[in-house]
Design a protein around this ligand. Sequence first.
Ligand code: SF4
Length: 304
Amino acid sequence: MTAEPVITQQPATPAEVPATVRASLSPSRAADFKTCPLLYRFRSIDRLPERPTVEQARGTLVHAVLERLFDLPAGGRTPDAAGGLVAPQWDRLVTEQPELAGLFAEGDDPAVAEFLRSAAALLEGYFAVEDPRRLEPAERESLISAVVDDELLIRGYLDRLDVAPDGALRVVDYKTGGAPREAFEARALFQLKFYALVLWRTRGVVPRVLRLLYLKDAEVCDYAPDADELLRFERTVVALWRAIEQATAQQDFRPRPSRLCDWCNHQALCPSFGGTPPPFPTPEPAADPLRDARSRPAPPGADE
Ligand code: SF4
C-alpha cells in the first residue's frame, strides 16, 4: 500500500513555526547522533568550536562556485566560467568568514594558489558528470523545513532542486570530500532522505531521484525513494529525536567509535581516546529547545 502524504505549510520563518512545535533538527545534527551520540553532544549541546579544515573550506568554496554558476545565462556555464569564479568566491568567503584566512600562513601565496587549483580540479569533476548548460535548477541553496509528528521541525539547506516539466523532483547534493566514500555514503544518503521527507511533507510529491554527485571521483549515485520508505524514515527521525530527548534528560551521551573518529575534532575529550568530556552544561540546554530553529543551519558544503 502506498502511504498518502500529509501536506503541511512550509514554515519559512520562526514566527511561522506552529505552536505545537517544541524542537528542531537538521539532517547534520540527526546524522551526528546516529553516528555517535557523544559527537552530537559536543556539537549541539556543548557547542564546542571546531577549527575549519582545508577540506571543509574547499567544499564551501566549490558549493559557492556551483551556486553562482547558475546565475549565468545557460550558454555561459562553461568550465572556464566556473574556473573564473573560484578566486572571487574565495575572496568573498574570506571576507565573510575571516577565520578561513587562518587556514594558510600569512603571505603563503603558493599554498593559497594550490588550494584554489584543487578547488578548480573538483569543478572539472563536476563538468565530467553534468552539463550545466542543459539544466535550469528550480532552487539552489534553499532552506526547506517541515513539521513532523506535530512537535518536531526538521529543516536544512538543499544544494539544488531540479523540477522536470512533469513536476518530478530531483534533489542534488554535491560531495567534495576527499575521505573514502564508503565511510560517508550512509550519512550522505541519510541527509538526502531527510530532504526528501521534507519535500514530500511540504509539497505532497515524493522526489523521483536523490542524486549524489561525487566531484572528486566524477561519479553519480542515484537513489529513488518511495512514499512507504519515507514514512518509515519519518518514524526513524522521530524515534531519533525521542532518543536525543532521553539522552539529554539523562545527560547520557555515549561515544560510538567508528572509522568516522578519524575526522572527529574532539578525540582529546572522548573517553574512547582516553579523554574526559567537560561537565554537562548548565542551565540545561533544552531550556530553549527551539534554539536551533532560530539560527541558520549549516550552509551547503560546510558538512563535507
Ligand atoms: S572520537 Fe569518535 S567516539 Fe569519540 S566523540 Fe568523536 S566520533 Fe564519537
